[in-house]
Design a protein around this ligand. Structure first.
Ligand SMILES: CC(C)(COP(=O)(O)OP(=O)(O)OC[C@H]1O[C@@H](n2cnc3c(N)ncnc32)[C@H](O)[C@@H]1OP(=O)(O)O)[C@@H](O)C(=O)NCCC(=O)NCCS
Length: 181
């Protein structure tokens, strides 16, 4: 089988519909697994306006920073960080668009590449991720990608989430496979 080329690039403003449509087109079951409440999703127009404002900010002031995951040049997923404290920390999210392309070993590689970019571009010291505790895929993926488990707690991880039990993972700037270059 030919080797598949995984590339990770910064999501441009022209690409943000990838993320917006991903959530708006998701089934109720998928949203539940993600811990997302459909009623809390901004409208597509409002979400686009949010991105227009955010992309106009200098990198130090960005509220969100997203990456596109490409397989042989085709967008197959994305990652984003929120709760960014430039020069310090941020919280990472990860998604492969098509269910048929999940569980094939892509997620770990993309997460590791994304982690390196977040550390570099946002000058982070630590990168966290806090998936729903019952969502097995990201929890396993984070561990496999070199993140360290911290704790499990009840929280509302982001404005589109409902209150839930979430697990917090971390990788430090130095150490951990996810930060190897
Ligand atoms: C999370 C996600 C990006 C991981 O990517 P992936 O390509 O599916 O993951 P991989 O194939 O690289 O698998 C990584 C590890 O997770 C495990 N895993 C992945 N999906 C799993 C699932 N549904 N159930 C159980 N284990 C799973 C794999 O077995 C592997 O662990 P192992 O190597 O110890 O066996 C992808 O599954 C996804 O997009 N899921 C839906 C969106 C989502 O839940 N995002 C998380 C929000 S924070």
């Amino acid at each position: 089988m030919p080797v598949q080329r995984l590339t990770v690039r910064e999501m441009q403003l022209a690409d943000v519909e990838i993320r917006i449509n991903y959530f708006h087109d998701a089934s109720d079951e998928d949203l539940h697994t993600l811990g997302v409440d459909r009623a809390l999703l901004p409208t597509q127009e409002a979400w686009h306006s949010f991105y227009e404002e955010d992309y106009a900010r200098p990198i130090q002031d960005r509220v969100n920073f997203s990456l596109v995951w490409e397989l042989d040049g085709r967008a197959v997923g994305f990652s984003s960080v929120s709760k960014i404290v430039f020069g310090k920390e941020a919280f990472m999210h990860m998604h492969i668009l098509s269910p048929t392309e999940r569980q094939g070993g892509l997620g770990v590689g993309f997460v590791q590449k994304s982690t390196r970019i977040y550390f570099q571009v946002l000058e982070l010291k630590q990168l966290f991720s806090e998936p729903n505790a019952f969502n097995v895929a990201p929890n396993r993926t984070l561990q496999r990608a070199g993140f360290r488990y911290l704790f499990t707690h009840e929280t509302t991880p982001s404005p589109i989430n409902f209150p839930q039990v979430a697990t917090r993972w971390v990788v430090d700037r130095r150490g951990g496979r996810a930060n190897d270059s």
